[in-house]
Design a protein around this ligand. Structure first.
Ligand code: SAM
Length: 280
């Protein structure tokens, strides 16, 4: 069977290299190269970008990224069993694929890439969320990366793009949307993966804004949002009591009714409150 790149089909790669999926590593592989090419296209202009791919596994998405013209791909994979399969891809695309065998939570090769940098990953969901939070909270903004294109459990994707007033709206939505455009670009049923997981998945594409939508100190905003949503059923005058003295006055000064709840407040008003709290 011919493939997009002349390399063997992924089922054959998996059989040749004995890559039986390991649950502990969250291994649910994408074997359809048309689908991985589609995800790669959702990541934006690859020809002019370096790409950090996290968790390449047998390399389905890696092949999509390279076939779609990525200037260079740096891939971090924890499972050493995948290295020979990835080496075959590197040989087919000379000088364009480098693989690091390591844990993406411990190695951060972002600084070694040439801007613009795009991050693409189909990772176990817990690792993906932890990395997303790290990528969204760098020491300086704008970050090193231009965009993040990440697979999540559908419910997590909904939390990232949620709007005020919805059940899914919370810390993740504010963290993501304060300094990024975030949208769901694809949803995938369990059968898209081998083996199929129990849940539906979605790809979220985030692009970094040059500056935050509204000015605020990230640490103060983070404290307010955490306190507000930790007790999301409580009125803000109660849930934010420990955040700053005279919180009712500060809420009013920010244009927020002290009786409202965190899930009703948009990012603009949270940022206004953060500025008032920081100024106090
Ligand atoms: N990208 C491949 C695909 O789409 O078919 C594999 C996806 S599979 C859901 C997740 C991959 O992430 C696996 O190859 C797994 O070994 C790898 N992985 C899991 N935890 C990791 C970590 N902490 N750092 C780097 N890779 C990890």
């Amino acid at each position: 069977m011919s493939t997009i790149d002349g390399l063997p089909p992924l089922r054959e790669v998996i059989a040749t290299h004995g890559l039986s999926a390991r649950k502990a590593l969250g291994q649910n592989f994408l074997l359809d190269l048309n689908l991985t090419a589609k995800i790669a296209r959702a990541a934006g202009d690859l020809a002019g970008s370096d790409v950090l791919e996290v968790g390449p596994g047998p390399g389905g998405l890696t092949r999509g990224l390279l076939a779609e013209g990525a200037r260079r791909v740096l891939a971090v994979e924890k499972d050493a069993r995948c290295l020979p399969a990835l080496a075959e891809i590197a040989a087919a695309y000379p000088g364009r694929l480098e693989v690091i065998n390591g844990d993406a939570l411990e190695v951060d090769p972002l600084a070694h890439l040439m801007p613009p940098v795009r991050v693409v990953a189909n990772l176990p969901y817990n690792v993906g969320t932890e990395l997303l939070v790290r990528w969204l909270t760098p020491a300086v903004w704008p970050p090193v990366w231009t965009s993040l294109t990440l697979m999540f459990q559908k419910e997590v994707a909904e939390r990232i793009v949620a709007k005020p007033g919805s059940k899914a709206y919370g810390r993740l939505a504010i963290l993501a949307q304060w300094r990024c455009d975030a949208r769901v670009v694809m949803t995938l049923p369990p059968e898209a993966f081998t083996p199929p997981p129990k849940i539906h998945s979605a790809v979220v594409h985030l692009t970094a804004l040059p500056e935050p939508r509204f000015p605020a100190d990230p640490a103060v905003l983070g404290r307010i949002v955490a306190a507000g949503f930790n007790q999301r059923r409580k009125m803000l005058r109660a849930s934010l009591k420990g955040v700053a003295p005279a919180i009712e006055d500060k809420l009013l000064a920010a244009g927020i009714a002290p009786t409202s709840r965190a899930e009703e407040i948009d990012i603009e008003h949270f940022c206004a409150l953060a500025r008032i709290v920081a100024g106090a």
